[in-house]
Design a protein around this ligand. Sequence first.
Ligand code: AQP
Length: 332
Amino acid sequence: RPRVLSGIQPTADSFHLGNYLGALRNWVPLQDTHDAFYCVVDLHAITIPQDPAVLRRRTRVSAAQLLAIGLDPERSTLFVQSHVPEHAQLAWVMNCLTGFGEAGRMTQFKDKSGKQGADSTSVGLFTYPILQAADILLYQADAVPVGEDQRQHLELTRDLAQRFNHRYGQTFTVPAPHIIKDTAKITDLQEPTAKMSKSASSPNGIIELLETPSRSGKKIKSAVTDTGRDIVFDPENKPGIANLLTIYSALTGRTIEDLTGAYDGKGYGDLKKDLAAVVVDFVTPIQERTKTYLDDPAQLDKVLAAGAEKAREVSAATLATVYDRIGFLAGK
Ligand code: AQP
């Protein structure tokens, strides 16, 4: 079976709808068609300062949410990145293969470091996409299900795989991005041309999977829209309404045409009220299941330990080949 690999950072107490609709939702069906590896990328999380107790909590909360949205450890491999040392080991090799200028062209780094200033930006944030390349290449992934913001990082991963293969002989599968166009960029409710983002959006701009219905309802009702009245799908001129329709359609399976037809002649208020109810119906069972997983942290840790063991079977084999190809002496 073809392989997929994807990851998510444990940098918030809840995933948001951008994470879910852009990436996580697509992880679930891939369990049936692919050999799927999914990880909570805690090594990536420390590219910005993290409180140790908070990071530990968020790593479990992230894993619990992934199980709650439908990842099944029997059908996929779910693990925590730091449990598999080969990620950091291959990242070093990839660091040495990446040009400084090449890494410097990553727009996500430029955006994030620009906001923080050079002295509070870690070298880890700079090499973040190179670690990401290692995550993917270790598993020989054919496809990587992510949101649109990750496209450039995926290009870098492909370049590094090809460069290594060219220099040392065929070693890595060159992965393709798996990006679902309709939901590849869910936007900020308050700033509907920017992506919904846990670090850049205001709290009112994001809908969290684990927040209370009254909170998400209020945010949807105060979402920024234009001054017109018509409910039409026009991302260019009506990005706020288009974003609400995209979310509505993705969560219900109703087409955009069906929705615009149904809301013909109705107002923005009606759409927002109904969407708030759709969101609540959607998140309520996820919240319940997340809580159940978190109520038994020992069991959760067991699932993650078993996942790491499965992941290491693949990652250790890839790393051994890489070390041999680049000329490291066999240690044993
Ligand atoms: N707004 C979004 N629309 C579609 N997909 C999105 N993703 C994130 N935001 C959107 C996708 O979510 C996955 C998890 O990515 P991550 O753990 O790296 O989270 P992130 O990209 O760091 O999420 P944020 O909220 O955007 O955090 P910051 O602000 O820290 O960058 C990825 O597949 C991503 O594409």
